[in-house]
Design a protein around this ligand. Sequence first.
Ligand SMILES: [Ca+2]
Ligand SMILES: [Ca+2]
Length: 174
Amino acid sequence: MKKLTAALLCAALLLSAVSALAVTRDFGKIKINEVMASNGNTLRDSKGKSCDWIELKNTSDDDIDLSGLNLSDGKKNLTKFTFPEGVVLAKDAYMIIFCTDYESVETLADGTVEIHVPFKLSADGEKVVIAFQDVILDMVRFDAQQKDVSYALKDDGTWAFCNTPTPGAENKFE
Ligand SMILES: [Ca+2]
Ligand SMILES: [Ca+2]
């Protein structure tokens, strides 16, 4: 009986180790990848609205549990939005955050999660900041944006305006 208990305990420990490996909270691997502060016809939310949007990318080899990560449009108030429990960004995947005037995290009929955060991005230029508690993990500052032109991260690590926005996909410059 003791042996069985020990075996079960081992199995339980192993399982928790495996799930810990599969989903981490390595927030440093979450990067701001593309930003659009003046969205005309590029992208609509599930209600048909063309909101400002932020694209995040998980650059890690593991799925990342985003709960507790903060997202904001400036350094003064880092906690304008905090990811709730249950939002996971798969490894190497992208996530679109709609910037509006209300907060919602909604699972759509197709199973994707649509997130609205309660701040907008200024087309005159602003910042996007991700932080854990009061530690800034990634930040981008953008200048005035033209309608339907995004600001996107290039392979060489620099940012540039982009005439071919790619919400939810790898950035492309033509
Ligand atoms: Ca703003
Ligand atoms: Ca993109």
